[in-house]
Each structure stands twice: as C-alpha cells, then as structure tokens.
Design a protein around this ligand. Structure first.
Ligand code: NDP
Ligand code: 8G0
Length: 454
C-alpha cells in the first residue's frame, strides 16, 4: 500500500507535468500553481471529495480568457497595435475582480498567474469577489496624456462588452493609476450608457472610495505589524528596505515611516535610492510629487537630497535592514538577494507586490525561520478596499476615510488569523504561504463543489 506521502508526491508531480504540457512556456503561471499545489495537496488528501471532484484541476483552467487587438494612433500619426487580455479565472464566490496591468512585459503567462493568485487572495478578504486579471503589453512610460487616453479608449472599446458591476470589475495595477482608470471609465460610460461601479480606483468625486490609493501599502504594513507582534516586535526603530516607487511602495513607505520605522530605500526598474537617514514627511511629499505628478524617475531623489545615494541597475536587497517590503514586481527577490537579506539580519519579509520572491528565495526565508508573508495575504488590502468601493457604489453612499481604514485594519487582522489557523507548523513556525493558500483554497473549493460541476 502506498503511504500518504507517496500519494501526495505522485499526485503533485503528475498534476504539474500535466499543467506544463497543457500550458507550455507559461513559466510564471507554473510557478504560481506549483506553490499552491505544494501547500494544498497534503491538506486536500484528507478530503477525498475534493480529489474526486477534481477541484484543483478545474481551478487551473480559467473560466474564460479574452485576448484582443488594441489599435491606436500615436502623436506622430503612426498606427500602433497592442494586445489586450482579460483572464476571468474563477467566479465561485463573486463577480470576477482584479486589476489591469499596462507594461511591456505583459503576456498570457503573467496574466494567468496574477488571475490565479487573485482568486485565493480575494477569498481571503472574506468579501464576495472572484478572481481575474487583465492588461496589455502597452507601456505608458514616455507616452503623452493624449496617447494614453487614445490607448485606454481603444482598450475599453473591446473590454466593455466583457465586464460589468455584477460580472467583472477591473481596477489599476502596474502602469494603471488614477489617470488610466479615468480614461477607461469615461469610455465605458459612453459605450454602455451606465454609471456603475464597473471599475474601482475611481476618482474621489465620481465614485472612488477614500483610502483606496493608500490601501495596498497601508494594508501591507498592518499585516507586517501583526506578523511582528507574533515575535513581540513592532516597526518602531526598525530599518526597512522597500522596492518600487509606485502606488504600493509609496504608501507602504509612508505608513512604515509613520509607525516609527526608518525607511531606507525605494527603487524603479532603473535602480534604487538609499537614504541612510530614512524618509520623512517632507521627503515623502517630494516622492509623491515626483512620481504621481511629474512622472519622474526615482534617481531624481538624489538631486534633491544629495546625501542619499543612487545605484543604477541594482535592487535594494543588499542594504542591511530588519524588514523588507518588495513592492515592485514578480521575481524581484532571487536566491542571492534572499541570502543577502537573511545574512544582514532581515527577519521579516512582507510582500506588497505579487509573487516578488522566487521559490528559491522563499525557501531561504522559510529555512531561516524568519517571518515571511506572500503577497496574496499581505497585499490583499488593495483588492479588499476595492471590494469596499463596490459596496459603497451599490449602496450609493460614501464612507469616511476613518470608516474605510477601520474595515481595512479588521480585514488584514482577519487574514493574519486565517494564516495562523491553517499555517502554524508543529514547531510553532507560522508558514504564511501554507496558511494563505489553504484558507483561500478551501473557501473557493467548497463554493465550487456546492455549485455543481462548474
Ligand atoms: P505602479 O505602476 O504604481 O508601480 C510599479 C513600481 O514597480 C514602479 O516603481 C516600477 O518602476 C516598478 N516596476 C514595475 N515593473 C518592474 C520591473 N519589471 N522591474 C523592476 N521594477 C519594476 O504599480 P503598483 O505599485 O500598483 O504595483 C506594484 C506591485 O504591487 C505589482 O506587483 C502589483 O501587482 C502589486 N499590487 C498592486 C496593488 C494595487 O492596489 N495597486 C494591489 C495588490 C498588489 P518603473 O517605473 O521603472 O516601471
Ligand atoms: O483593486 C483591485 O482589484 C486590484 C488592483 C491591483 C492589484 C490587485 C491585486 O490584488 O493584485 C487588485
């Protein structure tokens, strides 16, 4: 007779082999699925109905994938063609929900990994939202406002027929902020003739929720606070390295700083800045203006603050810190980065980005038994607050910033509890990856089973 361990190992290897055959070359998607399979299968074998029902096999097949042409005209009058995507992964617990990414690197694999992770993350928020992701290989960097508007209008001209307040509710992500959401919402409204909450991250005067811009970064810090508290620690006096300089990084930096931490770094795809003295309110104000109004590069920080250093072409992970918060993109912490972090004393890694750590990096963190949380747990405050925006839109009212912030804090605390419940190992180590994956999976799996063969 096979031992349980053998059954688990056989199932996992067969499952991953089939996934790779069926989805060739989709390396990010394989990576995201593999992590969930590792966490969930040992747990799932205790529930034969989930195996018989082939729930995991169904979950890795998107309910629908939409790929479309996005033609537009640039400022020189030249025709440009980009590719648009919407991956509607899973609607077991609510309408599809997830961001839209505009970045040159966008491809089907990246869209599918993000939509897959989104499904479990959204389940963790306790709000009724299914999982989706969309985007395009269009890069807003270096484009004029008029070009961005024409692109967004063309993108939405196709996307509008696939989305709706009770069907699929997109939001921003990398390369999609308030400006792009505005252009897309405007076009959606023209074509569908309805003013509804079909997009989140809207402007404050046309249906946006207070605190949505802050939510992902703040939520990640609330989650990090809960992680630190399990070891009797807090942000006060801690050195924090943050990557990215966009939405998530900015508000993670602001909150960490306000909680008493010394934020040492920020970055973009060209390099990172290191400010030994740490960020303060005035420096943060400069960063907000630089990135969100002037759309400048992070290296300009050292022109304004010459005591700081800029390192071109590097990531911040070799700077000694206590807490690391990757807030830029996937696979931005590789094995040697993780080794450097641990070697230099980092004992808490809280992900603001989606899948920023490679599997090898995660193994280093968990092997060293440091606090480590995957994005699907610690960055869930963003989509949770989008869920709160949807609620406010449906009720046709607007909550105060304090009300939204309080709900965000409660949601992050509840996600942390769920991770403890499903992720605590025999020696007391909290495996946040396992906790988040099992907690999210069980909710979606049971909903699917109860809805029949969907
Ligand atoms: P932004 O576009 O606002 O900022 C992205 C930042 O990351 C920029 O500084 C950008 O630098 C950098 N970056 C992007 N791509 C790369 C790359 N390939 N290599 C190095 N640096 C890169 O995006 P967000 O802050 O919204 O998103 C950051 C991460 O957080 C993403 O993983 C996103 O999926 C995740 N996330 C976002 C949420 C949200 O509410 N916004 C919610 C949950 C997760 P550059 O300007 O050089 O491109
Ligand atoms: O609000 C959202 O739906 C959203 C936007 C950007 C990213 C994410 C995410 O959870 O990765 C969600």
């Amino acid at each position: 007779m096979k031992t349980t361990d053998k059954i688990i190992a056989d199932y996992k290897s067969r499952f991953m082999a089939e996934l790779k055959t069926k989805n060739p070359g989709e390396t990010e998607f394989h990576q995201a699925v593999s992590e969930v399979v590792d966490s969930v299968v040992p747990y799932m074998v205790q529930y034969p109905y989930l195996m018989e029902q082939k729930v995991l096999e169904r979950m890795v097949e998107p309910e629908r994938v939409i790929m479309f042409r996005v033609p537009w005209v640039d400022d020189r009058g030249e025709i440009q063609i980009n590719r648009g995507y919407r991956v509607q992964m899973n609607s077991a617990i609510g309408p599809y929900k997830g961001g839209i990414r505009f970045h040159a690197s966008v491809n089907l694999s990246i869209m599918k990994f993000l939509a897959f992770e989104q499904t479990f993350k959204n389940a963790l928020t306790t709000l009724p939202m299914g999982g989706a992701k969309g985007g395009s290989d269009f890069s807003p960097r270096g484009k004029s406002d008029a070009e961005v508007m024409r692109f967004c209008q063309s993108f939405m001209t196709e996307l509008q027929r696939h989305i709706g307040a009770d069907t699929d509710v997109p939001a921003g992500d990398i390369g999609v902020g308030g400006r792009e959401i505005g252009y897309m919402f405007g076009q959606y409204k023209r074509l569908r003739d309805e003013f509804t909450g079909t997009l989140t991250g809207k402007g404050q005067y046309w249906g946006g929720s207070l605190m949505r811009p802050e939510a992902t970064g703040y939520g990640a810090c609330y989650f990090a606070e809960a992680m630190l508290a399990t070891r009797g620690e807090s942000f006060a006096g801690k050195r924090v390295c943050i990557s990215g300089a966009g939405n998530v990084a900015q508000y993670a930096a602001q909150k960490a700083m306000r909680l008493g931490a010394k934020v040492l770094t920020l970055s973009d795809s060209d390099g990172f800045i290191y400010d030994e003295e740490g960020l303060d309110e005035e420096k943060m104000k400069f960063v907000f203006e630089l990135k969100n109004i002037r759309r400048g590069r992070i290296k300009e920080y050292v022109t304004k603050y010459p005591h700081a250093k800029y390192f071109a072409g590097e990531r911040p992970w070799r700077i000694p810190c206590d807490i690391a918060m990757p807030c830029a993109t996937q696979n931005e912490i590789e094995k040697t980065d993780a080794e450097n972090l641990v070697k230099n004393g980092c004992f808490c890694v809280t992900e603001g980005a989606n899948m920023p750590s490679t599997p090898e990096a995660i193994a280093i963190f968990q092997g060293a038994k440091i606090l480590y949380s995957p994005g699907k747990a610690s960055n869930a405050g963003g989509v949770a607050t989008s869920g709160l925006e949807m609620t406010q839109n449906s009720m046709r009212l607007k909550w105060t910033a304090e009300e939204v912030d309080q709900r965000l804090r409660t949601i992050m605390a509840d996600i942390h509890e769920a991770c403890i419940k499903y992720g605590t190992e025999e020696d007391g180590y909290i495996n946040y990856v396992k906790g988040a994956n099992i907690a999210g999976f069980m909710k979606v799996a049971n909903a699917m089973v109860e809805q029949g063969l969907v």
